[in-house]
Write a protein that binds this ligand. Structure first.
Ligand SMILES: CC(C)(COP(=O)(O)OP(=O)(O)OC[C@H]1O[C@@H](n2cnc3c(N)ncnc32)[C@H](O)[C@@H]1OP(=O)(O)O)[C@@H](O)C(=O)NCCC(=O)NCCS
Length: 166
């Protein structure tokens, strides 16, 4: 039997487990090239999850963290929730863990964490067609294609979805 658990409550140790998932090599992303500052971003994000400045909806299989959706209220527009990362471990894919984490991050963000949210926004490299398809199958559409980070690491697709409360 496999025991799954999903939560967005994290102690410091829990934040470290979540970040470990994001540090693992990911199938679709040559991380060093596409996101040159990824390790520094992860270190900062781990502290922000522990302090509550960023939220993580994460999934565990047994005691092992297998995926997370990192989100926060946009500092520029309080009506927007920025989804900052979506990752599921290679060996846990295809079980709808990513779908479950994304939907629950959306509901938790819009109903509990940041009521009044109008829109979810997420960005991904345009080369990451699988992620774009995954997001489209969950109601996101492309708003803009731009070099968001200005690091010469390729174009980013900015994707958005309006909040639809259930
Ligand atoms: C995308 C990702 C989150 C999907 O997680 P998952 O738990 O395997 O996905 P699910 O099982 O919930 O898949 C649900 C749907 O997503 C789509 N999908 C999932 N994997 C896909 C793939 N490899 N290619 C195309 N579509 C895919 C499918 O439509 C699938 O539905 P279906 O099986 O009914 O057709 C996961 O593969 C991942 O972490 N990828 C790398 C993440 C990444 O690039 N992060 C950085 C940018 S934010």
């Amino acid at each position: 039997m496999t025991n799954f658990r999903f939560t967005n409550e994290h102690s410091s140790a829990g934040a470290a487990d979540v970040i470990d998932v994001l540090r693992r090599p990911r199938l679709w992303i040559p991380t060093e090239h596409d996101y040159p500052n990824h390790d520094a971003w992860l270190d900062k994000t781990e502290a922000q999850i522990a302090s509550g400045a960023k939220r993580a909806m994460s999934g565990y299989m047994g005691n092992r963290a297998i995926g997370a959706v990192i989100y926060r209220q946009s500092p520029e527009d309080l009506d927007i929730v920025d989804i900052r990362n979506i990752s599921v471990s290679d060996d846990a894919r295809g079980r709808y863990v990513g779908s479950f984490l994304l939907r629950n991050a959306e509901l938790e963000a819009s109903q509990i964490d940041f009521p009044g949210t109008r829109e979810f926004v997420v960005d991904t490299k345009i080369a990451n067609t699988e992620m774009i398809e995954f997001l489209m199958s969950h109601g996101y559409s492309i708003k803009e294609i731009t070099d968001l980070y200005g690091l010469g690491a390729g174009l980013d697709a900015v994707m958005a979805k309006p909040v639809q409360l259930v």
